[in-house]
Design a protein around this ligand. Structure first.
Ligand code: SF4
Ligand code: SF4
Length: 405
Protein backbone atom coordinates (compact mmCIF):
# COMPACT_ATOMS: atom_id res chain seq x y z
CA UNK A 1 0.00 0.00 0.00
CA UNK A 2 1.31 3.43 -0.94
CA UNK A 3 2.26 5.66 1.94
CA UNK A 4 0.38 8.98 2.29
CA UNK A 5 2.21 12.25 1.52
CA UNK A 6 3.15 14.10 4.68
CA UNK A 7 2.47 17.82 4.36
CA UNK A 8 4.30 20.07 6.78
CA UNK A 9 2.90 23.58 6.42
CA UNK A 10 5.07 26.56 7.23
CA UNK A 11 2.73 28.56 9.45
CA UNK A 12 4.88 31.70 9.41
CA UNK A 13 4.76 31.61 5.62
CA UNK A 14 0.96 31.35 5.65
CA UNK A 15 0.83 34.27 8.11
CA UNK A 16 3.07 36.34 5.82
CA UNK A 17 0.86 35.61 2.78
CA UNK A 18 -2.24 36.69 4.68
CA UNK A 19 -0.61 39.95 5.71
CA UNK A 20 0.85 40.61 2.26
CA UNK A 21 -2.54 40.49 0.53
CA UNK A 22 -3.04 36.75 0.04
CA UNK A 23 -5.57 36.28 2.86
CA UNK A 24 -8.30 35.07 0.49
CA UNK A 25 -6.52 31.83 -0.52
CA UNK A 26 -8.51 29.61 1.87
CA UNK A 27 -11.62 30.21 -0.26
CA UNK A 28 -10.12 28.34 -3.23
CA UNK A 29 -11.90 25.04 -3.99
CA UNK A 30 -9.59 24.01 -6.85
CA UNK A 31 -12.00 24.49 -9.76
CA UNK A 32 -9.06 25.51 -12.04
CA UNK A 33 -10.96 28.38 -13.70
CA UNK A 34 -7.97 30.60 -12.95
CA UNK A 35 -5.54 28.35 -14.84
CA UNK A 36 -7.92 28.24 -17.80
CA UNK A 37 -8.40 32.01 -18.05
CA UNK A 38 -4.79 33.00 -17.31
CA UNK A 39 -3.46 34.35 -20.62
CA UNK A 40 0.13 33.50 -19.70
CA UNK A 41 -0.34 29.97 -18.45
CA UNK A 42 0.45 27.16 -20.91
CA UNK A 43 -1.44 23.90 -21.42
CA UNK A 44 1.40 21.70 -20.25
CA UNK A 45 2.43 23.87 -17.29
CA UNK A 46 -0.69 25.66 -16.11
CA UNK A 47 -0.85 28.08 -13.20
CA UNK A 48 -2.06 29.51 -10.76
CA UNK A 49 -4.34 26.68 -9.50
CA UNK A 50 -1.48 24.53 -8.28
CA UNK A 51 0.09 27.51 -6.51
CA UNK A 52 -3.22 28.11 -4.72
CA UNK A 53 -3.21 24.65 -3.18
CA UNK A 54 0.50 24.83 -2.37
CA UNK A 55 -0.17 28.18 -0.67
CA UNK A 56 -3.08 26.71 1.33
CA UNK A 57 -0.79 23.91 2.48
CA UNK A 58 1.98 26.35 3.33
CA UNK A 59 4.48 24.68 0.98
CA UNK A 60 6.93 27.54 1.08
CA UNK A 61 9.95 25.77 -0.42
CA UNK A 62 7.97 24.48 -3.38
CA UNK A 63 6.48 27.90 -4.09
CA UNK A 64 9.65 30.01 -3.91
CA UNK A 65 11.33 27.57 -6.33
CA UNK A 66 8.40 27.70 -8.75
CA UNK A 67 9.22 29.80 -11.87
CA UNK A 68 5.50 30.32 -12.52
CA UNK A 69 5.15 32.70 -9.55
CA UNK A 70 7.56 35.05 -11.33
CA UNK A 71 6.03 34.50 -14.79
CA UNK A 72 2.69 35.85 -13.53
CA UNK A 73 2.33 39.51 -14.61
CA UNK A 74 -0.40 40.28 -12.05
CA UNK A 75 -2.92 41.13 -14.76
CA UNK A 76 -5.80 40.10 -12.50
CA UNK A 77 -7.72 38.03 -15.10
CA UNK A 78 -7.76 35.02 -12.76
CA UNK A 79 -9.03 37.14 -9.88
CA UNK A 80 -11.79 38.60 -12.05
CA UNK A 81 -13.06 35.12 -13.02
CA UNK A 82 -12.50 33.20 -9.77
CA UNK A 83 -15.97 32.04 -8.64
CA UNK A 84 -14.90 31.98 -4.98
CA UNK A 85 -13.26 35.40 -4.70
CA UNK A 86 -9.98 33.70 -3.74
CA UNK A 87 -7.95 36.40 -5.59
CA UNK A 88 -5.26 34.13 -7.04
CA UNK A 89 -3.51 37.14 -8.65
CA UNK A 90 -3.05 38.71 -5.21
CA UNK A 91 -1.90 35.40 -3.71
CA UNK A 92 0.81 35.08 -6.37
CA UNK A 93 1.83 38.70 -5.76
CA UNK A 94 2.17 37.94 -2.03
CA UNK A 95 4.26 34.81 -2.79
CA UNK A 96 6.56 36.89 -5.00
CA UNK A 97 6.96 39.44 -2.19
CA UNK A 98 7.93 36.57 0.12
CA UNK A 99 10.39 35.19 -2.44
CA UNK A 100 12.26 38.54 -2.65
CA UNK A 101 12.75 38.41 1.12
CA UNK A 102 13.54 34.67 1.09
CA UNK A 103 16.31 35.05 -1.51
CA UNK A 104 17.34 38.53 -0.34
CA UNK A 105 20.98 39.10 0.52
CA UNK A 106 21.88 40.02 3.22
CA UNK A 107 18.81 38.54 4.84
CA UNK A 108 18.65 41.14 7.67
CA UNK A 109 18.34 44.01 5.20
CA UNK A 110 15.85 42.03 3.09
CA UNK A 111 13.62 41.52 6.14
CA UNK A 112 13.94 45.18 7.12
CA UNK A 113 12.91 46.39 3.66
CA UNK A 114 9.90 44.06 3.42
CA UNK A 115 7.97 45.42 6.38
CA UNK A 116 6.02 48.69 6.34
CA UNK A 117 6.67 49.21 10.06
CA UNK A 118 10.34 49.76 9.21
CA UNK A 119 9.61 52.60 6.79
CA UNK A 120 10.98 55.31 9.14
CA UNK A 121 14.30 53.38 9.38
CA UNK A 122 14.39 52.85 5.62
CA UNK A 123 14.01 56.60 5.07
CA UNK A 124 16.28 57.62 7.94
CA UNK A 125 19.26 55.59 6.71
CA UNK A 126 19.82 57.60 3.47
CA UNK A 127 18.76 60.84 5.18
CA UNK A 128 21.57 60.35 7.71
CA UNK A 129 24.18 59.26 5.12
CA UNK A 130 23.44 62.07 2.66
CA UNK A 131 22.76 64.66 5.39
CA UNK A 132 26.04 63.90 7.16
CA UNK A 133 28.02 64.07 3.94
CA UNK A 134 26.30 67.37 3.11
CA UNK A 135 27.36 68.74 6.50
CA UNK A 136 30.97 67.53 6.40
CA UNK A 137 31.43 68.44 2.74
CA UNK A 138 31.39 72.12 3.61
CA UNK A 139 28.59 72.72 1.12
CA UNK A 140 25.90 73.05 3.79
CA UNK A 141 24.63 76.48 2.88
CA UNK A 142 22.01 77.75 0.43
CA UNK A 143 23.46 79.69 -2.54
CA UNK A 144 21.91 82.87 -3.90
CA UNK A 145 19.65 82.68 -6.96
CA UNK A 146 22.34 83.99 -9.32
CA UNK A 147 24.95 81.36 -8.30
CA UNK A 148 22.31 78.66 -8.57
CA UNK A 149 21.37 79.76 -12.07
CA UNK A 150 25.02 79.41 -13.16
CA UNK A 151 26.16 76.28 -11.33
CA UNK A 152 22.84 74.50 -10.76
CA UNK A 153 23.26 71.91 -8.00
CA UNK A 154 27.00 71.74 -8.79
CA UNK A 155 27.95 73.20 -5.38
CA UNK A 156 25.49 71.14 -3.31
CA UNK A 157 28.40 69.30 -1.68
CA UNK A 158 30.65 72.34 -1.78
CA UNK A 159 33.34 73.46 -4.11
CA UNK A 160 37.12 73.12 -4.19
CA UNK A 161 39.83 74.66 -6.31
CA UNK A 162 40.67 71.38 -7.90
CA UNK A 163 39.92 71.59 -11.60
CA UNK A 164 39.93 67.90 -12.47
CA UNK A 165 37.13 66.48 -10.41
CA UNK A 166 34.30 68.65 -9.06
CA UNK A 167 33.64 68.15 -5.34
CA UNK A 168 29.97 67.55 -6.06
CA UNK A 169 30.81 64.82 -8.55
CA UNK A 170 33.20 63.20 -6.07
CA UNK A 171 30.56 63.15 -3.30
CA UNK A 172 27.76 61.94 -5.56
CA UNK A 173 30.06 59.14 -6.77
CA UNK A 174 31.05 58.28 -3.20
CA UNK A 175 27.37 57.88 -2.25
CA UNK A 176 25.85 56.24 -5.30
CA UNK A 177 28.57 54.06 -6.82
CA UNK A 178 28.92 51.85 -3.71
CA UNK A 179 25.11 51.82 -3.24
CA UNK A 180 24.50 50.67 -6.84
CA UNK A 181 27.41 48.17 -6.72
CA UNK A 182 26.00 46.70 -3.49
CA UNK A 183 22.51 46.51 -4.97
CA UNK A 184 23.75 44.76 -8.14
CA UNK A 185 25.75 42.25 -6.07
CA UNK A 186 22.77 41.61 -3.74
CA UNK A 187 20.47 41.12 -6.76
CA UNK A 188 22.99 38.70 -8.30
CA UNK A 189 23.14 36.66 -5.07
CA UNK A 190 19.34 36.55 -4.85
CA UNK A 191 18.80 35.58 -8.49
CA UNK A 192 21.50 32.91 -8.29
CA UNK A 193 19.83 31.36 -5.23
CA UNK A 194 16.50 31.43 -7.07
CA UNK A 195 17.97 29.82 -10.18
CA UNK A 196 19.65 27.05 -8.14
CA UNK A 197 16.42 26.35 -6.24
CA UNK A 198 14.45 26.19 -9.50
CA UNK A 199 16.94 23.78 -11.08
CA UNK A 200 16.78 21.62 -7.96
CA UNK A 201 12.98 21.53 -8.13
CA UNK A 202 12.41 21.22 -11.87
CA UNK A 203 15.31 19.06 -12.96
CA UNK A 204 17.09 17.54 -9.95
CA UNK A 205 18.46 14.67 -12.03
CA UNK A 206 19.79 16.80 -14.89
CA UNK A 207 23.47 17.67 -14.70
CA UNK A 208 23.21 19.91 -17.77
CA UNK A 209 24.26 23.50 -17.17
CA UNK A 210 24.03 25.99 -20.04
CA UNK A 211 27.25 27.60 -21.27
CA UNK A 212 27.54 31.38 -20.83
CA UNK A 213 26.86 31.89 -24.54
CA UNK A 214 23.87 29.56 -24.52
CA UNK A 215 22.46 31.28 -21.44
CA UNK A 216 22.87 34.76 -22.91
CA UNK A 217 21.81 34.06 -26.50
CA UNK A 218 19.18 31.34 -26.13
CA UNK A 219 17.57 32.18 -22.80
CA UNK A 220 18.29 35.69 -21.54
CA UNK A 221 18.31 37.76 -24.74
CA UNK A 222 14.88 36.60 -26.03
CA UNK A 223 13.43 37.20 -22.56
CA UNK A 224 14.74 40.76 -22.50
CA UNK A 225 13.27 41.40 -25.97
CA UNK A 226 9.93 40.03 -24.80
CA UNK A 227 10.00 42.32 -21.78
CA UNK A 228 10.90 45.41 -23.81
CA UNK A 229 8.05 44.79 -26.23
CA UNK A 230 5.64 44.02 -23.37
CA UNK A 231 4.39 41.00 -25.33
CA UNK A 232 2.98 39.23 -22.27
CA UNK A 233 1.48 42.37 -20.72
CA UNK A 234 -0.46 42.88 -23.94
CA UNK A 235 -2.23 39.57 -23.39
CA UNK A 236 -3.92 40.83 -20.21
CA UNK A 237 -7.70 41.06 -20.41
CA UNK A 238 -9.29 42.41 -17.21
CA UNK A 239 -6.58 44.94 -16.58
CA UNK A 240 -5.52 46.15 -20.02
CA UNK A 241 -4.61 49.64 -18.79
CA UNK A 242 -1.61 48.28 -16.90
CA UNK A 243 0.46 48.14 -20.07
CA UNK A 244 -0.29 51.86 -20.71
CA UNK A 245 1.37 52.70 -17.41
CA UNK A 246 4.05 50.03 -17.28
CA UNK A 247 5.48 50.61 -20.77
CA UNK A 248 6.20 54.37 -20.43
CA UNK A 249 7.60 53.64 -16.98
CA UNK A 250 9.98 50.99 -18.27
CA UNK A 251 11.07 53.13 -21.23
CA UNK A 252 11.61 56.15 -18.97
CA UNK A 253 13.86 54.03 -16.72
CA UNK A 254 15.91 52.95 -19.72
CA UNK A 255 16.17 56.57 -20.93
CA UNK A 256 17.15 57.82 -17.46
CA UNK A 257 19.72 55.04 -17.19
CA UNK A 258 21.24 56.23 -20.51
CA UNK A 259 21.19 59.85 -19.33
CA UNK A 260 22.83 58.91 -16.00
CA UNK A 261 25.60 57.11 -17.87
CA UNK A 262 26.01 60.10 -20.15
CA UNK A 263 26.28 62.38 -17.10
CA UNK A 264 28.81 59.99 -15.53
CA UNK A 265 31.01 59.97 -18.65
CA UNK A 266 30.64 63.72 -19.18
CA UNK A 267 31.34 64.83 -15.60
CA UNK A 268 33.45 62.00 -14.17
CA UNK A 269 35.61 61.09 -17.15
CA UNK A 270 35.66 63.89 -19.74
CA UNK A 271 35.39 66.39 -16.84
CA UNK A 272 38.82 65.27 -15.59
CA UNK A 273 40.40 66.59 -18.79
CA UNK A 274 37.91 69.39 -19.46
CA UNK A 275 36.69 70.98 -16.19
CA UNK A 276 34.00 72.97 -18.09
CA UNK A 277 32.01 69.71 -18.21
CA UNK A 278 31.39 69.85 -14.45
CA UNK A 279 28.53 72.35 -14.65
CA UNK A 280 24.84 71.59 -15.25
CA UNK A 281 24.02 69.94 -18.59
CA UNK A 282 22.51 72.67 -20.83
CA UNK A 283 18.76 72.50 -21.49
CA UNK A 284 19.33 72.17 -25.26
CA UNK A 285 21.66 69.14 -24.89
CA UNK A 286 19.88 66.13 -26.50
CA UNK A 287 20.47 64.07 -23.35
CA UNK A 288 18.95 66.80 -21.20
CA UNK A 289 15.92 66.86 -23.50
CA UNK A 290 15.73 63.07 -23.25
CA UNK A 291 15.95 63.31 -19.45
CA UNK A 292 13.04 65.78 -19.31
CA UNK A 293 10.89 63.72 -21.70
CA UNK A 294 11.69 60.60 -19.64
CA UNK A 295 10.74 62.40 -16.41
CA UNK A 296 7.34 63.32 -17.91
CA UNK A 297 6.86 59.73 -19.18
CA UNK A 298 7.76 58.43 -15.71
CA UNK A 299 5.18 60.65 -14.03
CA UNK A 300 2.47 59.81 -16.60
CA UNK A 301 3.22 56.07 -16.30
CA UNK A 302 3.14 56.28 -12.52
CA UNK A 303 -0.16 58.20 -12.53
CA UNK A 304 -1.73 55.45 -14.67
CA UNK A 305 -0.33 52.70 -12.43
CA UNK A 306 -1.50 54.57 -9.32
CA UNK A 307 -5.04 54.97 -10.72
CA UNK A 308 -5.04 51.36 -11.83
CA UNK A 309 -3.93 49.99 -8.47
CA UNK A 310 -6.56 52.12 -6.68
CA UNK A 311 -9.23 50.82 -9.08
CA UNK A 312 -8.15 47.21 -8.45
CA UNK A 313 -8.42 47.77 -4.72
CA UNK A 314 -11.86 49.31 -5.10
CA UNK A 315 -13.40 47.01 -7.71
CA UNK A 316 -11.70 43.67 -7.08
CA UNK A 317 -11.05 44.20 -3.38
CA UNK A 318 -7.30 43.77 -3.90
CA UNK A 319 -5.42 44.22 -0.63
CA UNK A 320 -3.61 47.52 0.06
CA UNK A 321 -0.08 46.30 0.66
CA UNK A 322 3.22 47.92 1.62
CA UNK A 323 4.81 45.84 -1.14
CA UNK A 324 2.77 47.58 -3.89
CA UNK A 325 2.61 51.08 -2.47
CA UNK A 326 6.23 51.37 -1.34
CA UNK A 327 7.47 51.11 -4.92
CA UNK A 328 4.77 53.46 -6.24
CA UNK A 329 5.69 55.97 -3.50
CA UNK A 330 9.41 55.70 -4.23
CA UNK A 331 9.06 56.25 -7.98
CA UNK A 332 6.58 59.12 -7.61
CA UNK A 333 8.94 60.81 -5.14
CA UNK A 334 11.93 60.38 -7.48
CA UNK A 335 9.96 61.84 -10.42
CA UNK A 336 8.27 64.72 -8.59
CA UNK A 337 11.36 65.87 -6.67
CA UNK A 338 13.68 65.52 -9.70
CA UNK A 339 11.38 67.47 -11.96
CA UNK A 340 10.38 69.89 -9.19
CA UNK A 341 14.00 70.68 -8.21
CA UNK A 342 14.83 71.50 -11.83
CA UNK A 343 11.82 73.80 -12.29
CA UNK A 344 12.30 75.57 -8.96
CA UNK A 345 16.01 76.06 -9.77
CA UNK A 346 15.08 77.72 -13.06
CA UNK A 347 12.51 79.87 -11.24
CA UNK A 348 15.32 81.04 -8.94
CA UNK A 349 14.15 79.75 -5.51
CA UNK A 350 17.38 78.18 -4.12
CA UNK A 351 16.14 77.08 -0.67
CA UNK A 352 13.19 75.12 -2.07
CA UNK A 353 15.33 73.79 -4.93
CA UNK A 354 17.95 72.51 -2.45
CA UNK A 355 15.27 70.92 -0.27
CA UNK A 356 13.72 69.12 -3.26
CA UNK A 357 17.17 68.08 -4.49
CA UNK A 358 18.00 66.58 -1.08
CA UNK A 359 14.73 64.58 -1.04
CA UNK A 360 15.47 63.56 -4.63
CA UNK A 361 18.90 62.16 -3.65
CA UNK A 362 17.33 60.30 -0.70
CA UNK A 363 14.59 58.79 -2.88
CA UNK A 364 17.02 57.75 -5.64
CA UNK A 365 19.24 56.10 -3.02
CA UNK A 366 16.22 54.23 -1.61
CA UNK A 367 15.06 53.12 -5.04
CA UNK A 368 18.41 51.51 -5.91
CA UNK A 369 19.69 50.41 -2.51
CA UNK A 370 16.46 48.58 -1.58
CA UNK A 371 15.79 47.39 -5.16
CA UNK A 372 16.61 43.67 -4.55
CA UNK A 373 14.01 43.42 -1.74
CA UNK A 374 11.07 45.53 -2.94
CA UNK A 375 8.61 45.13 -5.79
CA UNK A 376 11.25 46.74 -8.00
CA UNK A 377 13.06 43.38 -7.77
CA UNK A 378 10.47 41.86 -10.12
CA UNK A 379 12.38 43.54 -12.95
CA UNK A 380 15.37 41.26 -12.28
CA UNK A 381 13.70 38.13 -10.90
CA UNK A 382 11.06 37.98 -13.65
CA UNK A 383 13.67 38.45 -16.38
CA UNK A 384 15.67 35.50 -15.06
CA UNK A 385 12.52 33.43 -14.45
CA UNK A 386 11.60 33.96 -18.12
CA UNK A 387 15.12 32.87 -19.08
CA UNK A 388 14.68 29.87 -16.80
CA UNK A 389 11.38 29.03 -18.51
CA UNK A 390 13.27 28.75 -21.80
CA UNK A 391 15.94 26.64 -20.12
CA UNK A 392 13.22 24.43 -18.56
CA UNK A 393 11.50 23.96 -21.92
CA UNK A 394 14.74 23.23 -23.75
CA UNK A 395 15.68 19.77 -24.96
CA UNK A 396 18.27 19.57 -22.23
CA UNK A 397 15.79 19.40 -19.37
CA UNK A 398 12.98 16.92 -18.87
CA UNK A 399 10.39 18.78 -16.80
CA UNK A 400 9.83 16.90 -13.60
CA UNK A 401 6.92 18.99 -12.38
CA UNK A 402 3.41 18.86 -13.77
CA UNK A 403 0.35 20.77 -12.71
CA UNK A 404 -0.92 18.05 -10.44
CA UNK A 405 2.25 17.30 -8.60
S1 SF4 B 1 -8.38 30.33 -7.16
FE1 SF4 B 1 -10.52 30.48 -7.72
S2 SF4 B 1 -10.57 29.97 -9.89
FE2 SF4 B 1 -8.58 29.25 -9.09
S3 SF4 B 1 -8.94 27.14 -8.54
FE3 SF4 B 1 -9.29 28.36 -6.74
S4 SF4 B 1 -11.47 28.74 -6.71
FE4 SF4 B 1 -10.95 28.08 -8.78
S1 SF4 C 1 -2.67 37.56 -12.41
FE1 SF4 C 1 -2.80 37.24 -14.64
S2 SF4 C 1 -0.82 36.38 -15.18
FE2 SF4 C 1 -1.04 36.15 -12.98
S3 SF4 C 1 -1.90 34.13 -12.69
FE3 SF4 C 1 -3.59 35.56 -12.75
S4 SF4 C 1 -4.26 35.59 -14.85
FE4 SF4 C 1 -2.22 34.66 -14.83
Amino acid sequence: MAEGVRVEPDLNFIKFLKKAGGDSMKKCFQCATCSVVCPLSSDNKPFPRKEMIWAQWGLKDKLVADPDIMLCHQCGDCTAYCPRGAKPGDVLGAIRAYAYTHYGFPSGLAKLASNGRNLPILILLPVIIIGLLWLISGGAHIPDAETMRTVGFGHFFGHWEFPWLAKNVAFIDAIFLPAVAFSVFAAYKGVKSMWDAMVEQVAPESDFRPSARQFLVDYLYPSVVEILTHKRFNECGANKDRVKGHLPLLLSFIALFAVTNYGFIRKDIIGIFNPAMHGPIPLYDPFKILANVAAVALLVGMAIIWANRSRLEEEQGAGRTFYDWFLIGEIVTVGVTGFGAEIVRLLGIPSLAYFLYFIHLVSVFMLFFYMPYTKFAHMVYRTFAMAFERFRDSNFVNPAVTDDE
